[in-house]
Design a protein around this ligand. Structure first.
Ligand code: SF4
Length: 357
């Protein structure tokens, strides 16, 4: 019979969570690592490499749907500097980790949080709120800063040797790098796990998806990661177009197509793939603009005089549009960061004024 894990650890792929898992494993504990995956973070493809490189037992934990649901309802604790709802995110991840803990019979949870490292989610008061709202009080160990926190039941029972845990605080990296050297880590991951919600350019992609689509789905946010993004509005209805930047984008866009999406493929010249979300139902005016914009990114189309043909493919139909390549249309790039930030702040302000909203 397989032995139950002693500890469930959240592993983002950043240095702190990796050190946490190694520190516990060094004590002889059976550590099971959960790597959360969503459109915004997570590197599922890296798991085989990490398992081999670090000798850890790692499982992917898909939280995409729950995360998108949380964004749609508005994160109760607001956003950080970009579009990162860190407090709500941690609550969500810990709730899920707790479920794993109960399913596997593990005795405690651990995270790589460091007291005072991040202003939004790693202050002592906020860390307590996260524990309480996630329902993991008395179960959560933070090995990198445990010496600065009250002992947890896992330490009091002797499961975890508190004397071998650390008392790191603040934003410095010196102690983590020394620990990485002690574990002979040749590849030092970046401090965080590479969450795209903290990046302004990515927030510019995600915010329109969240605020302009009537019912944004997880697949929509995956789509927002691809290609150049354009939005247009006709008669109050939003139209969303992605145009591949390279063959990798084109392949992923093609793979992402659902039955009622339209793929736009220049017919006479090599060029990018255009992806019209829900394009099977778009009016001809919007499709023609999308095809003209897509064709404008085909380098050879620019030197051709006159119209070019663009194939339009949906799950159930195919057609050809003759268009003049051009970028002057009602499709625009997503608003600049300053405008997006203002909108995000406005939402956050309303949330703080009225937490029930
Ligand atoms: S940075 Fe991203 S993954 Fe990390 S807590 Fe914040 S929202 Fe979650």
């Amino acid at each position: 019979m397989t032995r139950s894990p002693d500890v469930i650890t959240l592993l983002s792929g950043g240095l702190d969570s990796l050190l946490t898992a190694l520190l516990l494993q060094e004590q002889g504990l059976n550590v099971l690592c959960l790597h959360a995956v969503s459109p915004f973070f997570g590197k599922k493809d890296a798991l085989p490499l990490w398992k081999e490189r670090y000798g850890l037992d790692i499982y992917a934990m898909d939280v995409g749907d729950e995360f998108v649901e949380m964004l749609r309802k508005c994160p109760a604790h607001g956003y950080g500097k970009s579009m990162n709802p860190c407090v709500d995110c941690k609550i969500l991840l810990l709730r899920r980790a707790r479920q794993y803990m109960e399913q596997t019979g593990a005795q405690t949870l651990a995270t790589g949080e460091v007291l005072g490292q991040r202003p939004m989610s790693q202050r002592r008061d906020v860390m307590n709120v996260i524990m309480r709202e996630a329902g993991v009080e008395g179960m959560l160990l933070r090995p990198l800063c445990a010496q600065l926190l009250p002992p947890t039941p896992a330490e009091e029972s002797g499961l975890v040797d508190r004397s071998r845990l650390l008392g790191i605080c603040g934003r410095g990296r010196r102690e983590q790098l020394a620990l990485a050297a002690r574990f002979h880590l040749e590849h030092i991951p970046t401090p965080g796990g590479g969450c795209r919600l903290t990046e302004r350019e990515m927030a510019r992609r995600y915010w329109p998806v969240l605020t302009r689509l009537a019912a944004p789905r997880t697949a929509d946010f995956y789509l927002a990661n691809l290609g150049r993004q354009f939005w247009g509005r006709i008669d109050g209805k939003e139209y969303w177009l992605s145009v591949g930047r390279n063959s990798g984008d084109n392949d992923k866009l093609e793979a992402a197509a659902l039955t009622d999406d339209a793929l736009l493929v220049p017919a006479d010249v090599p060029g990018p793939l255009g992806f019209a979300r829900g394009g099977a139902h778009w009016p001809n005016e919007a499709l023609a603009c999308a095809a003209a914009l897509t064709a404008s990114y085909a380098p050879k189309a620019a030197v051709l005089c006159g119209d070019v043909r663009v194939h339009m493919l949906t799950g159930n139909s195919a057609g050809v549009l003759a268009v003049t390549p051009g970028r002057a249309s009602f499709f625009k790039e997503a608003p600049p960061w300053e405008e997006t930030r203002t909108e995000i702040r406005e939402v956050t302000r309303r949330l703080l004024e009225n937490p029930q909203v």
